[in-house]
Design a protein around this ligand. Structure first.
Ligand SMILES: NC(=O)c1ccc[n+]([C@@H]2O[C@H](COP(=O)([O-])OP(=O)(O)OC[C@H]3O[C@@H](n4cnc5c(N)ncnc54)[C@H](OP(=O)(O)O)[C@@H]3O)[C@@H](O)[C@H]2O)c1
Length: 286
């Protein structure tokens, strides 16, 4: 089996794209560790994976990834149990209709969709480097197109618009991926990002009654979650992308992302701000 013996940590694995990714990697023989924020939902996901992949021994770790203390605890829990990490899938993400702040006082979209990817990857880099060919897979979105980061107001304090904040966070995923790949050049760890397609997951379902009709209407044009997880699974497991790094994939193909996403100065600036916002000092990943 393709992923036999590989250790894979998948965030947002209690439903949607993350769940299907975890289940399929388990079916390919991987030891999957699901990250969920809710115990009973994680237990149900484990049950479904065991049923779909007999012999698999999936595990779950619980963390609300919008909290940096919980991201730190998660990384510690993982590192205490596993000597290496073959694949890290940063997938958990959301869109917030109204501006909210995390327990750390950071606007939620930025905290969950970008800073959690950034911090968790940093904290697990030594485990990824201990693997023969560690892979970081960052789930971004085509919504990054047209987005720009306003470094004077990264948290959209002046004017908040959910779609704008979401697009910015998905652009941040690309800045992070491209910069990480550059910093990891010469190591055995690769980093890639992807757009899963417009997927009929639970995404946006909790955005309140205002958006509900739009949510159901949009679902009529969306692809099934099984298909949406395809590029994530491909980047996590395919031998075809062994050694490939710093790319953006759609439909399992490396494609060009927006012009803005290749702005190295903005990427470096975001990296520095992200270090500061997560209380980290070092300029390079360990
Ligand atoms: N759906 C699309 O059309 C689409 C398109 C482009 C990109 N994406 C990206 O794909 C990724 C996955 O989205 P999806 O479509 O699978 O959405 P989903 O069905 O809503 O699943 C999101 C997952 O993230 C978890 N999550 C949310 N907030 C969390 C938190 N604070 N801490 C820990 N986990 C949290 C959820 O946990 P619970 O089960 O506890 O809610 C769930 O498992 C996201 O990064 C999204 O931006 C989706």
């Amino acid at each position: 089996m393709l992923m036999q013996g590989k250790i894979c940590l998948i965030t947002g694995a209690t439903r949607g794209i993350g769940f299907v990714t975890a289940r399929e990697l388990a079916r390919q023989g991987a030891q999957v560790i699901l990250v969920g924020r809710d115990g009973p939902r994680a237990a149900e996901a484990l049950r479904q994976i065991r049923a779909a992949a007999p012999g698999a021994q999936p595990e779950a770790l619980i963390a609300d990834l919008s909290s940096q203390a919980e991201v730190r605890r998660l990384a510690q829990d993982f590192s205490g149990r596993y000597p290496r990490l073959d694949v890290l899938v940063n997938n958990a993400g959301a869109m917030f209709v109204r501006r909210r702040e995390s327990v750390d006082g950071i606007e939620m979209t930025l905290a969950l969709n970008h800073l959690a990817y950034f911090l968790l990857t940093h904290l697990l880099l030594d485990r990824l480097q201990a693997a023969p060919a560690g892979r970081v897979v960052n789930v971004s979105s085509a919504s990054h197109s047209g987005a720009r980061l306003d470094f004077a107001d990264l948290q959209n304090r002046a004017a908040y618009q959910s779609l704008t904040a979401y697009g910015q966070s998905k652009l941040a995923n690309l800045y992070f991926t491209y910069d990480l790949a550059r910093r990891l050049e010469g190591s055995r760890v690769t980093a890639n990002a992807l757009h899963p397609g417009f997927v009929a997951s639970n995404f946006g379902a909790s955005n309140g009654s205002l958006y509900r009709p739009l949510f159901w209407l949009a679902h009529r044009f969306a692809i099934p979650v099984e298909k949406g997880a395809g590029t994530v699974i491909y980047l996590a497991s395919s031998p075809a992308v062994e050694g490939v790094s710093g790319k953006y994939f759609v439909h399992q193909r490396a494609v060009r992302s927006s012009d803005a996403s290749y702005d190295r100065e903005a990427a470096a600036r975001l990296w520095q701000v992200s270090l500061e916002m997560t209380g980290r000092q070092e300029a390079q990943p360990r």
